[in-house]
Design a protein around this ligand. Structure first.
Ligand SMILES: *Cc1c(COP(=O)(O)O)cnc(C)c1O
Ligand code: SF4
Length: 394
């Protein structure tokens, strides 16, 4: 069934929790305290499939189960194929480990000079500041360390990491991630951003966070003030499906934007969630309307137990082809594969170029029409009939 975007509505409300005072609902600490974290809690609100039941029982050994009430409301409780449901409710398929899958599929541990810091690209570092998230995505690349279900020895060392960054003048870009950095207290974030800002060679600071999507209540005016104070701070949010683009998310994005935080979005291509050109188109349009520029679509990493989410790369390329030229250029993200073992992000694009020779490049446009662009500038007419002023000698 083609996905049609509903342009008029942005979901807002308390849904199943309409009995809760609005002040609680809007309080991010209330949302965190009232997360659904057990099979029993889930079953109070919806009928799980046998596969989901098995997944929930297994979750504590793999990646914790946690869903904020706010995000849970976005689930269609009568549809086991709901794209929101698939992202956060564990399934038995997670227990199936397939060939090629790895716990540390991006070789991050090998590129970690100090605990919590990954230095893969010469000019930028990934700084993992926490192992906690507001809710847990079943396809998480860092499931080995987030939620601490696997007893992974993760102890980010802020002081050591900051000293490493200070000592390496080649690092101009610091990306705070995790886990979710926005779970840190305002005070801690203020301190961390202040320390990074004080390092002369760090010219670009950004945060990767799914908090605006799982817990938009966390984006308080006070938090926005902190970003304003230490700005420019850029942020990549993580929206996978247009149903996540709610009024609450829109409001949170506005608070960030108005505090001078440029926003990008990263999506992971997931089977049965967003592996469809109509869904992606609806998503990127919604993002633009929230002042968010689609940044990356990731081919899912080779995480253990992720095979049920895997999408054929040709499908991803087809999605990009369906966007480029067919919608606003700003709406088209870059499709990338993070090279297994730690090669970094590599773009995968549709081929528009058919041939390049010394003479010309032959290519096709978004409609499939062929065009040629000559590369050799051969004079066809001496001076093309232009009379040069006498003092110029060619
Ligand atoms: C993704 C990533 C970055 C940032 O890459 P950009 O393409 O600049 O967004 C930096 N370091 C690591 C280890 C990464 O995985
Ligand atoms: S928010 Fe990010 S780090 Fe946390 S579970 Fe989801 S993908 Fe993993």
């Amino acid at each position: 069934m083609p996905y049609t975007e509903d342009r008029s509505t942005w979901f807002a409300g308390q849904g199943l929790w309409s009995h809760v005072p609005e002040s609680d609902w809007k309080d991010w600490t209330w949302q965190l305290k009232n997360r659904l974290t057990t099979l029993e809690q889930l079953e109070r609100h919806l009928t799980l499939t046998p596969g989901e039941r098995a997944g929930c029982l297994f979750a504590k050994e793999k990646l914790a189960l946690a869903i904020t009430p706010y995000f849970f409301n976005l689930i269609d409780r009568h549809d086991p194929h709901c794209p929101i449901r698939k992202q956060v409710i564990p399934r038995g398929d997670e227990m199936v480990v397939s060939s090629g899958e790895m716990l540390d599929s991006l070789g991050e541990d090998e590129h970690s000079p100090v605990p919590g810091l990954i230095h893969r690209y010469p000019d930028r570092v990934l700084f993992l500041v926490t192992d906690r998230c507001a809710a847990y995505c079943r396809y998480c690349t860092r499931s080995r360390l987030v939620s601490n279900a696997q007893d992974y020895n993760f102890h980010p060392e802020y002081e050591q990491a900051l000293r490493y960054i200070e000592a390496h003048p080649g690092i101009r870009d610091v990306l705070l991630s995790g886990g979710d950095p926005l779970l840190l207290s305002d005070k801690k974030l203020d301190h961390l951003l202040g320390r990074l800002r004080a390092i002369k060679h760090v010219e670009f600071i950004r945060i990767g966070s799914r908090i605006p999507v799982f817990l938009p209540q966390r984006i308080t005016p006070e938090l926005a003030e902190i970003f304003k104070k230490h700005g420019p701070v850029w942020m990549s949010i993580h929206v996978n499906h247009p149903k996540e683009a709610t009024q609450e998310l829109k409001d949170a994005c506005e608070r960030l934007s108005f505090a001078g935080v440029p926003l990008g979005n990263q999506s992971v291509l997931l089977r049965g969630v967003n592996d469809d050109a109509d869904v992606m188109k609806a998503l990127v349009h919604r993002l633009l309307r929230m002042r968010v520029r689609p940044y990356y679509i990731y081919q899912m990493d080779l995480i253990t137990g992720g095979a049920h989410f895997k999408v054929d790369v040709r499908k991803g390329i087809e999605i990009i082809r369906a966007l480029r030229g067919h919608t606003t250029g700003y709406a088209v993200p870059q499709y990338v594969i993070d090279a297994p073992g730690g090669g970094g992000k590599v773009p995968v694009n549709p081929d528009y170029v058919e041939q390049i020779t010394d003479d010309e490049v032959v290519f096709r446009n978004f409609e499939g029409k062929q065009f040629r662009y000559p590369l050799k500038a051969a004079p066809v007419k001496e001076n093309a009939g232009i009379v040069m002023p006498a003092e110029i000698h060619l």
